[in-house]
Design a protein around this ligand. Sequence first.
Ligand code: ATP
Length: 267
Amino acid sequence: LYKPIAWIITIGNELLVGRIVDTNAAWLASRLTFLGASVRRIVTVGDTVDDIVAVLRDALASSDIVVTTGGLGPTDDDITMEAVAAALNLPLVLNREALEHVSRFYSTKPAELTRERLKMALLPLGAKPIPNPVGAAPGAHVSVGRSELFVLPGVPREMKPMFDSYVADKLKPILPELCVREKSVVVKGVAEADLAPLLRRASRECVSCYVKSHPKGHEAESPLVDVRVLASAPTCEEADAMAQRVIGRLMELVGGGGGGGASSSVR
Ligand code: ATP
């Protein structure tokens, strides 16, 4: 199955010192996966132009979709747009549409369009602004060779609606017509190591599925393993059926000598 390759780049010194947890990466990874992309890298870098430029160039050279978050605000350490422009060898210019967005945002507030606020309307030449329904700073969308690059803010309640209302829509033409579904089963009473060969056999029911076990309980005393099956198919019915086949086979195997008092429950 063809899936476009995606990289997620989260930007911010706060992430590197552990002050904030990178929930943006997890949220984007889940969204992109269920839209039918194959997320290959999640990279976090600080607010340093050279580091952002280097990772952007890597990402653009090896993926179809690149999504960044963070560093779009008005302060001097918000340098993502500058780095994007540098990575693409494009000048950073005042974008009329972005300026209208920023002006509109402040028109209802007693604030002047200072240098810091105008900075948020600077985009790489040719980039399209991504409307921000919540905050001041618009994002940017640039098509670069085979890649679509989306630059989004770090604040989750700004980033998420921008992804859902703009990015997901722009990705439609490059995403395969696939439905991605996940099914899970919790297996009790079988240690993960004993479950592994059974999982291997059950996985043969669907070669294109991604099957992964996650131990939850205490391995020796009360093993509890959460098994997740991710299936992709042209229709959701097929994807559900493929995942269900793997789960069904696994339950048969566990029941038939998978280990004493094993029990399982499907979600
Ligand atoms: P704004 O334009 O609204 O100022 P920004 O793009 O400048 O946003 P940052 O300054 O990088 O965003 O981050 C602002 C806040 O957003 C952080 O203090 C943090 O609370 C949150 N944030 C940033 N990155 C992430 C992330 N990867 N995961 C979760 N939260 C994040």
